[in-house]
Design a protein around this ligand. Structure first.
Ligand code: NAD
Length: 257
C-alpha cells in the first residue's frame, strides 16, 4: 500500500521523553505503530525499557533509556544513544514533566525546592534535550520538536502554581526557539492537553476533581492519551512543515483560543 509521504513516519527516529509511563508511553507505542524508530527516555529507566521491549515484541524498533532531562550530561547521552542505535534524530517530543507526582496545594505552601525542581524538569529539560538533538537534526536538514504544555495555561488553573507557570513558559520557549531554528528547517510547536486520564493521572486524581476539570467541553466526555496522538504526530510529520512557533489546544473544546 503506498503511503502519503506527508503523513509517513516510517523510519523517522523519534525521541519521546517521559516515554516510560502515562501519555508518553502511548505516544511511543503509537509512533512505533506508524513506523517510527522510537527512543523512550525516562527517569524511570525500567519503565522506559519495558515500553521499548513491548514495541520490539510487536515487531517495532525501539530503545529504552534511563534519562534525566534536567541533567545536561544525561540529555546529551540520550541523543548520542539514539544516534548510535538509529543513525540520526528526526523528532523530539518534550513530554517529560513533573506533574502527577505533585501535590495539589495552595501557592503559599509550595516548598521552594519543589518549585525549583519543577522548573528544572519542565523548562530546563526542554532546553537541554533540544540542545542535545539539534546538531543531529541539522545534519538531516530538517527536524521536528514538539513541546507538551497544558491547557491549564488558558484556564489559569490553581493549586499547582509552579506547574502552571512552567507550562506557560513552555509556550514562550516554543515561540522563541522556533525563530532561532527556522533557518535550519526545524519546526518547534507546542500542544496544550486538557485534563487527560493517563494511567498516572488516574492513580493520583479523585474522580470528583477530574469531573470538574472536564466540565465545559464542547465534546462532553473524558479525555484519554489517545486523543492527543493525532496532533503530536501531525506536528512530527511533513504535513506540518510550514507550521512553527504555534500552540495547538487539544481539550475537547473547553478553551477556545
Ligand atoms: N495528564 C494530564 O491531565 C495532562 C494535562 C496537561 C498536560 N499534561 C502533560 O503531558 C505530559 C504527560 O503527562 P502524564 O499524565 O503522562 O504525566 P506523568 O506525570 O504521569 O508523566 C511524566 C513522565 O515524565 C517522567 N519524568 C519525570 N521527571 C523526569 C525527568 N527528570 N527526566 C525524564 N523523565 C522524567 C516520569 O517518570 C513520567 O514517565 C506531561 O508533560 C504533562 O505535564 C498532562
Amino acid at each position: 500500500m503506498p503511503t502519503n509521504p506527508r503523513f509517513d513516519l516510517e523510519g523517522r527516529v523519534a525521541i519521546i521523553t517521559g516515554g516510560g509511563k502515562g501519555i508518553g508511553k502511548v505516544y511511543a507505542q503509537e509512533f512505533a505503530r506508524a513506523g517510527a524508530k522510537v527512543v523512550t527516555a525516562d527517569i524511570d529507566g525500567a519503565a522506559a525499557e519495558e515500553v521499548a521491549a513491548g514495541i520490539v515484541r510487536n515487531n517495532g524498533e525501539a530503545l529504552g533509556l534511563r534519562t534525566d532531562v534536567s541533567d545536561e550530561a544525561s540529555a546529551n547521552a540520550m541523543a548520542k544513544a539514539a544516534i548510535d542505535r538509529f543513525g540520526g534524530i528526526d523528532i523530539l517530543v518534550n513530554n517529560a514533566s513533573l506533574m502527577s507526582v505533585l501535590p495539589r496545594r495552595s501557592w503559599m505552601e509550595i516548598p521552594v525546592k519543589e518549585w525549583d525542581d519543577v522548573m528544572a524538569v519542565n523548562l530546563r529539560g526542554l532546553l537541554l534535550c533540544s540542545r542535545a538533538v539539534v546538531p543531529a537534526m541539522k545534519t538531516r536538514g530538517r527536524g521536528k520538536i514538539v513541546n507538551i504544555s497544558s491547557s491549564r495555561v488558558w484556564d489559569g488553573t490553581p493549586n499547582r502554581l509552579h506547574y502552571t507557570t512552567s507550562k506557560a513558559g513552555v509556550i514562550g520557549f516554543t515561540r522563541a526557539l522556533a525563530r532561532e531554528l527556522g533557518e535550519l528547517n526545524i519546526t518547534v510547536n507546542a500542544v496544550t492537553p486538557g485534563m487527560t486520564l493517563s494511567e498516572t493521572q488516574v492513580a493520583t486524581t479523585s474522580n470528583n476533581y477530574a469531573a470538574t476539570r472536564s466540565g465545559g467541553r464542547a465534546l462532553g466526555r473524558d479525555q484519554y492519551p489517545e486523543d492527543l496522538v493525532g496532533t503530536v504526530m501531525f506536528l512530527s510529520s511533513s504535513g506540518s512543515d510550514f507550521i512553527t512557533g504555534q500552540t495547538i489546544n487539544v481539550d475537547g473544546g473547553k478553551a477556545m483560543h
